[in-house]
Design a protein around this ligand. Structure first.
Ligand SMILES: [Mg+2]
Ligand SMILES: [Zn+2]
Length: 186
């Protein structure tokens, strides 16, 4: 696979980044996209990015979230976004507890193993709302955007950009990627 076959990917955290964090969400009817997210995802998708959701769901192992419901939640998200013309490329979740020490819970990168050799690292980004997401991006070798929603976070490493909301994150990414740059001069 040559460098031109690599994919520009936006790795999206789920809870608190694209949908409202309901804490161990277990009901598809409670899916609520955060303001500006659908508009932002549409921009990213039309620009050519692959949209990949990566989410820690320890509620599965805790018995608070049923796998069947998790699948319905993700199906609902995909269908709502599809109705806006947005395609989600992949959704990955880690069902384990932190104490399981699995290889897939963010900030580890085991969940996206099948994508590792396909990532265009210069044109791929993580968008998240937690330190874990920033570390996940560092571990992937891509740039990171932290959405900071009115709260102080203890950051163990610095994101490339701290954004007040999703749409500002998207606009920063569009300015800081190299996709389509060579088209400007034609
Ligand atoms: Mg989150
Ligand atoms: Zn895991």
């Amino acid at each position: 696979m040559g460098q031109y076959d690599k994919l520009p990917i936006i790795f999206l955290d789920r809870d608190g980044t694209i949908i409202v964090d309901k804490v161990y969400l277990n009901d598809p009817n409670e899916v609520e996209f955060i303001d500006g997210v659908i508009e932002g995802l549409k921009k990213l998708y039309l620009y050519g990015f692959k949209l990949v959701i990566v989410t820690n769901q320890s509620g599965i192992s805790r018995g608070l979230v049923q796998l069947e419901n998790l699948n319905l939640i993700h199906k609902k998200m995909v269908n709502v976004l599809k109705s806006f013309g947005i395609e989600i490329y992949r959704i990955y979740y880690c069902p384990h507890l932190p104490s399981d020490n699995c290889s897939c819970r963010k900030p580890k990168i085991g969940l996206v193993e099948e994508l590792l050799d396909k990532i265009d690292v210069n044109n791929s980004f993580v968008i998240g709302d937690k330190d874990t997401d920033v570390l996940f991006g560092k571990n992937l070798g891509v740039k990171t955007v932290l959405i900071q929603q009115n709260r102080e976070l203890q950051l163990s490493c610095k994101p490339d950009f701290i954004s007040a909301d999703f749409i500002s994150a998207v606009n920063w990414i569009l300015k800081n990627c190299n996709l389509h740059k060579n088209l400007n001069g034609i």
